[in-house]
Ligand binder design. Sequence first.
Ligand code: FA5
Length: 349
Amino acid sequence: MSLLDQIDQIRSTFMEELYSISSSKDVERMRIHYFGKKGTIASLMRFLRDATPEDRPNLGKIINDTKEELSSHLENTQKRLLIQERQHRFAKEAIDVTLPAEPFRLGIEHPVQKVLQEVVAIFSSFGFSVGLAPDLDTEHYNFTGLNFAEDHPAKDMQDTFYFPKDYLLRTHTSNVQVHLMENQKPPMKIIAPGKCFRNETVSSRSHVFFHQIEGFYIDQNVCFTELLELMRAFWPKLFGTKVKVRFRPSYFPFVEPGLEVDIACTQCQSQGCKLCKYTGWLEVAGAGMIHPNVLDQAKIDSEVYQGYAFGIGVERIAMLLYGIEDIRTFSRNDPRVFEQVALKYSSVL
Ligand code: FA5
């Protein structure tokens, strides 16, 4: 068969195939079959080998022209198929703007954050300004600057999360006192909300991670009765005027005298329930007059200045306010529970 006959045959098979293909993948397959190194067009080169030197340029031109002609058909088909495929994909991905929107779930404020904000707002109205200190702190700010003895049990690894290079996670917000006393001069009247961490067994009322709000006031002539008056004035703002509060003498190395504050359980009206461990009361804060050693260590003259301080447990308050029996509820972070709480207690805060 002559070269021209052979080319005619190739062309007609090529065109037939070209009209039957339906995807750009088929185009690639044809490209390899016809124009690849060992493809149909390459096989025509044998005509050049057998031709006389005079005929060779002419035959070479015929083969090249054929190659160009067929590959331009293939390119056009490739373009057409790509456009079709893209249109197809767009049609599938198209957004139907008339469909109803997916229901949008609004987040809900965490009850602990609500209580934190409310407590800060109440103390702000009493003239306190807001201060802060780090969660990751040193032994000096968490213990030594607060008059803790070297062998105090709270410093034990069982109670405190220690890190290399003298760092620890603060066990209470009282570290704020030391930081701010070092940097400011009295009079100071400060409230400081924050996170605390204790290496202790988790129970329904105690967690390794919880929040406190520290408060302190340092000035000349600050006395114990002012602290008691403040504590009496604060709780009704949060729980209403019927709240029952009691003070118990207690010991903290950084205050003298020290006390603890209990609230009569609002869940059982002091009758005894799981939340108050059937005692009718829940411990919510520690307080006292700032120990002279703490003032003196911070270079505040304890002969001239006195102060009171208090630390309030936020989760315990939220438990009482929202009827939550287990402190772990707060860290499970189930928005459905918080929604229920918000609905049931919408009038509380
Ligand atoms: C203190 O942490 C003192 N720094 C408070 C203080 C400040 C006393 C200033 C005097 C002057 P205490 O360990 O009692 O004290 O904690 C205070 C409150 O934090 C407790 O009444 C309780 O409500 C809360 N609390 C303590 N430990 C936990 C815990 N593991 N889980 C949840 N709440 C806790």
